[in-house]
Ligand binder design. Structure first.
Ligand code: SF4
Length: 392
């Protein structure tokens, strides 16, 4: 069977196996095939994975244990009133599931991930830990230089772990591979916005999420194959409203919750799930200094996000613009419980939607939420009210 002839269900079954394997079997297989090379885990939301790749490592996305891990020891490291993802990540580490990773990068997403980097150093003293302080200003002369220097230091560290000091051509090639990956993911999201009956949000989630553990070239091929396969599906458009899911950019909702939303009378045509995989918008020219290009892309081509400093373009305006572009009937705010960046952003985002006359609802979840009936009823009522009266 040729690669392009794979059907969507076969591809999805593989993605779901990868998603369900908290022991990182795929990463272990990569390491066996690439003896001596390091695998580097990173927390959400955004880490420039091409930098890890250029340094000879396999970048591995970590997003907690979902609803598959029982927390036994992880709770002891954290107070009760923060989100769930740090507990399950520590639990995975303590039970040995992350042993195949030589190092961990903790981006400056929020206080919780900042603190987790410290806890990691205490709990796993033999592992490389790096806190990646992403710029909070957008001036290329200051923030650009600072961030580029940080990235170059990261590369030196990974080289010492068994990676390499890449040439400019090697770094440029990594950037190109990741640009191609983002292009494929954009095409996946375009397909959802245009024909959501061919690709549901849980499917896009699984296909994107496979990139957390696969080599970038293989993942790009997988995304492209899935798009082709989804377009061949014989599925009919249903009478559903079109909604965006916003606020789920870090701790991810359980798969069952995404499937529940799709069953509630809505097509989820856009979301910020696994947002770091699609963080840089548009093309990035490596030029003569690929690391400078990556640093400048963060400053100038990042998506709007609640974890990123807000410059001239207000997040509410960005949300309204996107909702109009993709003809969304409404917005569903789904945030992890105690997620400060998502929950603090909701009032201004909701104000912008109200001004633009775009209806919304909101709920909270944890990665291990097991009961979806309440969310099904809430989302179903939202859908019905928009169908009947055009508003919630
Ligand atoms: S879910 Fe929110 S609060 Fe928790 S680590 Fe992620 S961004 Fe931070």
């Amino acid at each position: 069977m040729s690669a392009t002839a794979l059907d969507a269900e076969t591809i999805l079954a593989r993605c779901e196996r990868l998603y369900g394997d908290t022991t990182l079997g795929e990463v272990r297989a990569w390491k066996k095939a690439h003896p001596g090379r390091p695998a580097i885990g990173h927390l959400p939301v955004y880490v420039p994975r091409e930098v890890l790749h250029a340094a000879g490592a396999l970048p591995v996305g970590l997003a907690g244990g979902g609803d598959q891990v029982d927390i036994v020891k992880g709770d002891a490291c954290f107070q009760s009133y923060i989100c769930h993802i740090p507990r399950s990540t520590v639990e995975l580490g303590l039970q040995g599931d992350l042993d195949c990773l030589e190092g961990f990068v903790f981006p400056s997403t929020c206080d919780v991930i900042r603190n987790l980097s410290g806890i990691w150093q205490i709990q796993f003293p033999g592992k490389y830990v790096r806190f990646l302080d992403l710029p909070q200003t957008f001036d290329v002369e200051t923030a650009g230089k600072f961030y580029q220097h940080d990235l170059e230091e990261l590369v030196h560290d990974i080289a010492k772990l068994g990676g390499r000091e890449p040439s400019s051509a090697e770094a440029a090639e990594s950037l190109r591979l990741y640009s191609a990956n983002r292009r494929a993911l954009r095409a996946l999201y375009d397909l959802r916005a245009e024909a959501p009956w061919l690709c549901s949000s849980d499917e896009a989630f699984l296909v994107t999420r496979a990139g957390f553990v696969l080599d970038v070239v293989e993942h790009t091929q997988l995304v492209e194959q899935f798009i082709l396969a989804a377009k061949r599906r014989n599925k009919r458009k249903e009478d559903r409203i079109r909604v965006m899911l916003i606020g789920a950019f870090c701790e991810q909702p359980p798969l069952g919750l995404l499937r529940t939303l799709e069953r509630s009378g809505s097509y989820v045509i856009d979301d910020d799930l696994n947002l770091g995989m699609r963080w840089i918008q548009g093309e990035v020219d490596p030029g003569s200094s690929p690391f400078q290009a990556i640093a400048h892309a963060y400053l100038k081509q990042s998506v709007w996000a609640s974890t990123r400093y807000e410059d001239q373009q207000r997040r509410g305006e960005q949300l309204v613009k996107r909702a109009k572009e993709i003809r969304a009937d409404g917005v569903v705010f789904g945030a992890a419980s105690f997620c400060d960046p998502a929950l603090l952003d909701q009032p201004p985002l909701q104000k912008a939607l109200t001004t633009a006359n775009i209806p919304f609802i909101s709920f909270k979840y944890a990665e291990n939420t097991g009961q979806f009936q309440g969310i099904l009823e809430q989302a179903g009522t939202f859908s019905d009210s928009i169908k009947l009266w055009g508003g919630a």
